[in-house]
Design a binder for this molecule. Structure first.
Ligand SMILES: Nc1ncnc2c1ncn2[C@@H]1O[C@H](COP(=O)(O)OP(=O)(O)OP(=O)(O)O)[C@@H](O)[C@H]1O
Ligand SMILES: [Mg+2]
Length: 252
């Protein structure tokens, strides 16, 4: 079953009043099935962040359809989109975005509190998730009392506590050293494999991307090619490097 269906999506920046604007997404078609872990790669300026911003409702499509969990989000008003985003989309940000004045438990519960769920309901969702991510014993601590890796797991828990249709991540390992990047990617992969979350991740980093189950390469605002692992993760890493050498999109 498709959880995301994108039909002939176009995004032109500053294209109003007859001006020629910048075409960031150029007639893109894309499908993501429930439970997939998809990487989005491609050269700088190819439209990756624009795509994520349209999926999250931060940016509006110029034309085309973007159907998430049965809802064409291009048809929603601003207020409807804000609610849809809160209820159906999870995020993993580069800098975690935890609130220092709240305990870890409160940080994770925030989407449920905003949704006016009862304390019992909230507890029933929080406890198993925190156990799963190995952060249950830290629940009453504050963000400044825990390590970077623990913060990542709290941020991951908050992203999925609502059982969103899809979790979006833009360069989640961008600010991390290789050990922390490895830990974060292992956590994200376990959310996908063991918790069943559907994840869409933009990354330039072949190591981070090697945890995905499918990688879509975009170029000039359109899907150029896609690859799936032919063997283990090390092999997939090599497949990614090869694809990048054809399409571009490495950091260097
Ligand atoms: N707010 C904006 N106004 C005008 N043009 C924009 C805007 N945001 C992006 N663009 C243009 O749209 C195109 C796609 O940009 P986008 O940020 O989606 O690329 P990207 O693939 O995320 O690149 P990077 O890998 O560098 O993050 C680029 O040509 C960019 O200059
Ligand atoms: Mg970007």
């Amino acid at each position: 079953m498709d959880i995301i269906t994108i039909n002939h999506l176009v995004k032109v920046y500053n294209g109003h009043k007859g001006a020629n604007g910048v075409t960031a997404i150029d007639g893109m078609n894309l499908n993501v099935e429930k439970g997939e872990f998809v990487g989005i790669m491609g050269p700088s300026g190819s439209g990756k962040t624009t795509l994520l911003n349209i999926l999250s409702g931060v940016d509006k499509a110029t034309s085309g359809e973007v159907i998430i969990d049965g809802q064409d989000i291009t048809k929603l008003t601003k207020d409807q989109m804000a609610l849809f985003r809160r209820e159906r989309i999870g995020y993993i940000f580069q800098d975690f975005n935890l609130l220092d004045s709240l305990t870890l438990r409160e940080n994770i519960a925030l989407p449920l509190i905003l949704d006016k769920q009862s304390p019992n309901e909230i507890e029933d969702k929080l406890a198993p998730l925190m156990q799963f991510l190995g952060i249950f014993d830290l629940k009453d601590k504050y963000p400044y009392h825990i390590s970077g890796g623990q913060k990542q797991r709290v941020a991951a828990a908050r992203a999925i506590v609502n059982e969103p249709a899809v979790v979006l991540a833009d360069e989640p390992t961008g600010n991390l050293d290789s050990k922390s990047a490895n830990q974060l990617m292992s956590t994200i992969a376990s959310l996908n494999e063991q918790w069943g979350s559907t994840i869409l991740m933009v990354s330039h980093d072949p190591f981070a991307a090697s945890f995905c189950k499918r990688i879509i390469f975009i170029k000039d605002g359109n899907v150029e090619m896609e690859i799936r692992p032919a063997g283990d993760r090390k092999q997939f890493f090599d497949q990614i490097l090869e694809a990048q050498s054809v399409i571009g999109g490495g950091r260097a």
